[in-house]
Design a protein around this ligand. Structure first.
Ligand code: ADP
Ligand code: NI
Length: 228
């Protein structure tokens, strides 16, 4: 991508996110771009489409900007007159398929989409993912944890988006599920360490919450909650 076009797009995306501190700041977008370009350096794909989709993947997010029914007006306005119709349509279809929607989540149709979805997911897990989850929960007045409030798995998209549970529940409802949903080998191997780190974090969290005792029923292992 031409450097001056990239600079102009970055400026427009930065303006779009100014003010958000709930995990969707411009730095999230930059981390997703870096993850995506790294995965693409190994897995291939059209670099312009991947970079654009990573830069624009959250700029029409319904949680932040209201429901536009997948039309992605902001992303389209950014790409208009700069890229071909094919590129624009491909990027819009990726934007519409990357996000997590409970059991209604789907993998994008193309390699480029799968790479961007992996890149976005990687930023939702590990140390940064933990920080983002608590920042998001705090920004919406959610409690960190309530032992009597059990996580819900297998939610459909509407239930997932209207859910107002604790941030610890979000680990079981999304974050710990992502490792096994990765699309590419490169993304999957990047997810492993971040996943293990989240399990250690949860073990430590419960240990401190319970006053140094770790009841087995509340270990950070996902299968424990799913009852497998
Ligand atoms: P992404 O930008 O990765 O597509 P989302 O838009 O779903 O992710 O959410 C932004 C960030 O906030 C992510 O790190 C996500 O895990 C976190 N988040 C979303 N919903 C919740 C929730 N109910 N509780 C805590 N964190 C959440
Ligand atoms: Ni994102």
């Amino acid at each position: 991508m031409d450097a001056s076009v990239r600079d102009a797009i970055v400026r427009e995306v930065r303006d779009r996110f100014s003010g958000d501190s709930g995990g969707h700041d411009i730095e999230h977008t930059f981390r997703v771009v870096r993850n995506a370009m790294h995965i693409s350096s190994i897995e291939g794909g059209d670099a312009d489409v991947i970079e654009l989709a990573a830069l624009l993947h959250d700029t029409d997010d319904r949680k932040l900007f209201g429901d536009t029914h997948g039309e992605c007006p902001f992303a389209r306005s950014v790409m208009e007159n700069r890229f071909s119709d094919d590129t624009i349509e491909h990027v819009v279809s990726i934007i519409n398929s990357v996000s997590f929607k409970g059991r209604d989540t789907r993998a994008p149709d193309t390699l480029e989409g799968r790479i961007v979805q992996d890149a976005d997911r990687l930023d939702a897990i590990g140390a940064v993912g933990i920080a983002r989850a608590f920042a998001y929960g705090g920004s919406r007045g959610r409690r960190m944890y309530d032992p009597s409030d059990r996580p819900r798995t297998d939610m459909d998209a509407e239930t997932y988006f209207s859910n107002t549970g604790t941030t610890i529940n979000h680990f079981y409802e999304k974050l710990l599920l992502l490792k096994d949903m990765m699309n590419t080998d490169t993304g999957r191997s990047m997810a492993e360490r971040r996943h293990t780190f989240m399990e250690s974090f949860l073990d430590e969290f419960y240990r401190e919450w319970d006053g140094e005792q770790v009841p087995k029923r509340r270990s950070g292992v996902l299968s424990d909650v799913q009852g497998k």
